[in-house]
Design a protein around this ligand. Structure first.
Ligand code: ZN
Ligand code: ZN
Length: 741
């Protein structure tokens, strides 16, 4: 109980303020409470971050109101927010926005209220008969109400009896039934039935992994994070499920993070089914929930009714108390990194939250990130290996197709090489299924003029427009700009325009033309715009109604289809040639993950990788399933070039609609940083970003590197605070960036 509190306003003012606590609220206000405070002439929402006995501030005003009885955030989460603000070089107000879902912050949505019907007293058969003569429909409803075991929602009763609201109201007026308003949870999975499943028998490697988690749960304060490196199909999820069971048995709670793209109905079903004996136990948090559903799922966790949460990135902030375990599945996934402020990485935040709350972290993946594997080698993490696929399935056989030779053979490089075509033919004859993967949407990736060679570029971004045949338009995949296809070249008037390059739409068309009797479907952001399209396509594929599935990374992750025996990677070079030090790592991960989709049943799988660079190390190591070899050579490259995990990277982007102003501001900032930073930090010269223009803004990059990241972050913050930038110039600081374009 304190006289004053320090608060962070929801509005960014880069300053924390002190307020007085009125006596009436003194018992209830605590660190993590959400409150309403006067600020200038407004009333604003804020979060209490500290309790104070005295305050040095003058003219202190009292708090206006407290929101909710129990503090919304725990003091551990406030501590985590502070760490994030310091590490990621951003204001704590910005961190707070990520910590609480908007629907909780604004506190406008509440539980759904519904009217429930209950009988007031039991009518005798004579009374019902008497009513039937005057009002037959009321009598019918009354006999239904009389048979109710307990209150049920009025809408359900009316639906069952096919009677209307007026009849029900009349019955209530006569005193036979009463209506009561009750709160009820909106359940995003209400329509689904989860059948309880039982634990699977673990093999010896899985057992060892589980024992490691159990030992960590005994000693959570001192146990290092566990890195579970398991090949695709090695049964990592079963280890997670049993580890969570062990966590609950100790009276603790668990967070499971999965990449948004893998948060499929399939994944949710597996967790809900395992803990089906208590339907409230598992809450789900992801971006497709309605505001009301998000409110309810969050409160289920906050109240302690749900003790497991499965969710995407932001579920790392789930309001669970007594946290025992955080699982980060597919820890290498770059989608754990948030691309807007606060630019945090959910895996790294999970490690810090676990340290603060003294809980166990389990990172799982088939292709560990260089950072995590390096930590395991240095003893900062404990490594646990699953080298066998469950049920003794074979690892798929990976074959490399050299597109340079194919081009020589057939004059132009075909979309499907002869070898891949033959392999598909065999699968069609055997009634087996094929997945074709290409990490690029659309039909043609550029429209060129045959005379002057100019491509149709996006007016807002420095990239070529992609042609989409479905709506016969050109569109920009970065800003969404859309344009009609010109009849002739706007530059020189030539009417012979060439469609060059290809995306998934063209692969689909090409495959359908070669195999006219096969059922071909496409799965990418363009074909999956309808809400249930994703689920329906997966169902159809699982049921064997689709022979060939063409898609982008949407089909690369975690899906399990026993009848898929062939995977074709149409162009393995797409990621490899980006100007990004992680290009090799991404290619290795992608090839391993996509290849892992093949041969999950009894028939061994086969993978064809089409490439122009068959001897690149990432492709060769992936081909031989050689993670150790790949890791060693990639690590040497990173060390030679001072890249992570040896040095932290910070990328500053300065952007403006005016090229000169962006460039001038970047130059000035770089000069100030050079003055401020000691020698141990390296500072690159400001340069136009590889993607120089994006959404109408000119962009300049400054790249910094250093080992002591907290110190570097602080110095960048201090330098920025002293520099007045013109209003139309925006500066973004990205610590440990994953997007270098
Ligand atoms: Zn032209
Ligand atoms: Zn654009």
């Amino acid at each position: 109980m304190s006289a004053f509190v320090r608060v962070v306003l929801d509005r960014s003012i880069r300053r924390e303020l002190d307020y007085a606590v009125p006596d009436a609220l003194a018992e209830k206000v605590a660190v993590g409470s959400r409150i309403r405070v006067p600020f200038r002439d407004k009333s604003l929402l804020a979060t209490v971050v500290a309790e104070l006995d005295e305050s040095p501030a003058e003219g202190i005003k009292p708090i206006e109101a407290l929101i909710g009885e129990k503090p919304t955030l725990s003091s551990s989460l406030i501590e985590l927010a502070r760490w994030m603000a310091n590490y990621y070089c951003c204001p704590i107000e910005t961190v707070m926005r990520s910590l609480l879902p908007q629907v909780i912050r604004k506190a406008k949505v509440s539980w759904k209220k519904q009217l429930f019907v209950a009988p007031t007293r039991q009518p005798s058969p004579e009374e019902i008969e008497k009513l039937r003569r005057r009002a037959p429909r009321q009598a019918e409803l009354l006999s239904a109400v009389a048979q109710l075991p307990g209150p049920i929602p009025a809408t359900d009763l009316l639906r069952q009896t096919l009677l209307d609201n007026a009849t029900l109201r009349a019955l209530v007026r006569r005193g036979w039934a009463e209506l009561r308003e009750q709160e009820m949870a909106r359940d995003p999975h209400a329509a689904e039935k989860f059948v309880a499943d039982s634990e699977l028998t673990l093999n010896s490697e899985q057992t060892a992994a589980l024992q490691l988690v159990a030992a960590a749960l005994e000693n959570p304060a001192t146990h290092p994070p566990i890195l579970l490196h398991g090949v695709t199909g090695s049964g990592k999820t079963e280890v997670y499920l049993q580890a969570i069971r062990a966590t609950l048995a100790r009276g603790k709670t668990a967070i499971v993070l999965v990449p948004e793209i893998s948060l499929t109905p399939q994944t949710v079903e597996r967790f809900k089914s395992r803990f089906a004996e208590q339907p409230e136990m598992v809450a789900v948090l992801h971006s497709h929930l309605s505001e009301g559903e998000r409110h309810d799922e969050w409160h289920k966790l906050h109240s302690g009714n749900a003790r497991i949460v499965i969710g995407a990135r932001s579920a790392v902030f789930a309001p669970l108390e007594n946290l025992g375990l955080i699982v980060v599945d597919e820890e290498h996934e770059t989608s754990y990194k948030q691309e807007e402020a606060p630019r945090y990485h959910a895996r790294d935040v999970a490690i810090v939250r676990a340290k603060i709350e003294k809980c166990v972290v389990l990172l799982g993946t088939a292709t560990p990130s260089l950072e995590s594997y390096h930590n395991a080698e240095r003893g900062k993490y404990v490594l646990s290996n699953l080298t066998q696929r469950v049920d003794q399935c074979q690892m798929p056989l990976i074959r490399i197709v050299d597109l340079r030779q194919e081009r020589r053979k057939e004059k132009a490089a075909p979309i499907l090489s002869e070898k891949l075509r033959n392999a598909i033919e065999i699968r069609l004859n055997n009634k087996e299924q094929t997945i074709l993967f290409l990490n690029r949407r659309g039909f043609s990736t550029s429209l060129l003029c045959s005379q002057c060679g100019k491509a149709r570029d996006c007016p807002n971004c420095s990239v070529a427009l992609t042609f989409h045949r479905t709506n016969t338009r050109l569109s920009c995949h970065l800003c969404g700009h859309s344009a009609a296809v010109p009849k002739r070249c706007p530059e020189c008037g030539e009417d012979a325009l060439i469609y060059a390059g290809f995306g998934t739409e063209k692969v689909e068309a090409n495959v359908s033309a070669i195999f006219p009797h096969a059922v071909v479907r496409r799965m990418d952001a363009d074909s999956m715009t309808r809400k249930d399209a994703y689920r329906e396509t997966l169902h159809a594929f699982r049921a064997g109604k689709i022979d060939i599935l063409v898609g982008t990374q949407m089909i690369a992750k975690g899906l399990h289809f026993p009848n898929v025996t062939l995977v074709g990677i149409i162009n393995a070079d797409l990621a490899l040639h980006l100007p990004d030090f992680r290009a090799g790592e991404r290619t290795f991960q992608l090839l391993t993950q996509v290849a892992g989709r093949a041969g999950r049943g009894e028939t061994p799988g086969e993978v064809f990788v089409q490439t122009y660079t068959p001897f690149s190390p990432s492709i060769q190591f992936a081909r031989h399933h050689d993670f150790a070899g790949y890791f060693q050579q990639e690590l040497e490259f990173r060390e030679r070039c001072d890249f992570p995990p040896f040095k932290h990277v910070v990328l500053i982007t300065v952007r403006s609609e005016h090229e000169a102003r962006a460039s001038f501001s970047a130059e000035t900032l770089a000069r100030r940083l050079k003055e401020a930073l000691p020698e141990e930090f390296s500072l690159g010269a400001p340069a136009p970003a590889p993607l120089e223009k994006l959404q109408g803004h000119y962009r300049f990059h400054i790249l910094l590197r250093g080992a002591a990241i907290m110190r570097l972050s602080r110095m960048i913050r201090e330098t920025l605070d002293k520099l007045p930038f013109p209003e139309d110039v925006a500066v973004a600081v990205d610590v440990d960036p994953y997007q270098l374009l």
